[in-house]
Design a protein around this ligand. Sequence first.
Ligand SMILES: C[S@@+](CC[C@H](N)C(=O)[O-])C[C@H]1O[C@@H](n2cnc3c(N)ncnc32)[C@H](O)[C@@H]1O
Length: 318
Amino acid sequence: MGDDRPAWAQWSFLVPPGELCDWRMVLTYDAAADVGLLAELPGDPPRLAERLGLSEHAVRVVLEALAVWDVVELGDDGAYRLGAAAPGPAAAAVLRHHARSIRNWGTIADRLRGPPPAGHRGDPRGVGIMLDALAVNGRESAPAAVDACLGRVPGARHVLDLGGGHGEYALEFARRGLRVTMQDRPAVIELAGLKSTLAEAGVELFAGDFFETLPASTFDLVFCAGVVYTLGAERNVELFRRVRSLLSAGGSLAVHTFLRGTDPLATLFAVQMLGATGGDSHGEDDHRRWLTQAGYGTIEVQRLPRRPEWLVFATPVE
Ligand SMILES: C[S@@+](CC[C@H](N)C(=O)[O-])C[C@H]1O[C@@H](n2cnc3c(N)ncnc32)[C@H](O)[C@@H]1O
């Protein structure tokens, strides 16, 4: 929308203080996308409202507001159509995730009072919106993350992308010639199964909760991105223990995460996790302690070029 920065930098909630885009546009855009209004353009408010079964009054108010940001524009014929600043697919995905984050941050007072978040497992559309946005981020993050992993385990041939979600990291490993298995919850793997890119790249999909089942194989690398910060201490130790049995001799676990105390973005992300899952931006010391408890010996951290990303590498004790 008239700005050359990548979609994540422009539209995400996870940007430095002072760089956040207009929350009013984010929520209005998300509402219009949610009811199918934008997909139904061009049209005038009465006809759009009738076609979609919406309130004509509300459709007019929302379209007039979106025209303020040039997301839509009003033609001489009285019909609204997409405007010069209408977001493309990547920006739309990040914006919709941002809207969910605003609603999530609206629950922080409840977290302060104590009850844990309800979570989004029962909301498949919400999971799809999150994964579409994280795919945008993943496409930008994957090359450097995979470089770092292959620097650490240069001879790696078979990698498990654990909690792979959208599959952008799996795709990048496949581009480098590795055999790739991607595990996630059944509902997410069902979505991944619809993606021709993953099938064409030969990514093998494995459906199942990783606390209950894991692939019957060993791996030179278990890459686990965006998972550890959604969990608390006990679950992370359990996860690291379970993963250890999957690693072949000389293999390594690579945890891709945000480390507390390294970047204001990691500090702000902890609020997102507080609202969404009860997780946290855990510190390097937490990772070291949990990995040691889970039977790992050599533990190293590496900062990645994209803020606030880190890799924590760990090798099991022989
Ligand atoms: C925040 S997303 C991260 C996706 C991707 N790895 C990334 O970094 O962009 C977390 C992913 O982990 C998956 N996940 C979380 N808990 C899981 C579990 N117990 N078993 C399998 N997958 C799980 C979620 O379904 C989701 O796809």
